[in-house]
Ligand binder design. Structure first.
Ligand code: SF4
Ligand code: SF4
Length: 85
């Protein structure tokens, strides 16, 4: 796959990089295990985790599937699952 397939023009000389397209695995957050500590939000390198009300959620548009959130979660509330499953 060429680099151009990851880069989307959004204006004259301005490009958006769809890092979500790089993903082979995606994070799934189990709200029942989550203690709302916010550690995953702090560590996500592309700011894909956000708070909605009392719950933390993951925006997959830019999530690159790095697994840092799963690694840092103290409650094992985030699992990485293979894309397409
Ligand atoms: S790090 Fe884990 S327990 Fe903390 S908010 Fe994120 S998913 Fe919930
Ligand atoms: S897998 Fe990586 S990019 Fe995606 S939400 Fe977790 S820390 Fe952020």
């Amino acid at each position: 796959m060429s680099e151009k397939e990851y880069i989307v023009p959004i204006g004259e000389g301005v490009y958006e990089i769809n890092t979500g397209d790089w993903r082979t695995h995606r994070p799934v957050l189990d709200q029942d295990k989550c203690i709302k500590c916010g550690i995953c939000l702090t560590y996500c390198p592309v700011f894909s985790i956000y708070k909605e009300g009392e719950e933390y959620r993951i925006d997959l548009s830019y999530c690159k599937g790095c697994g840092v959130c799963m690694h840092e979660c103290p409650k094992d509330a985030i699992k990485m699952i293979e894309e397409g499953r």
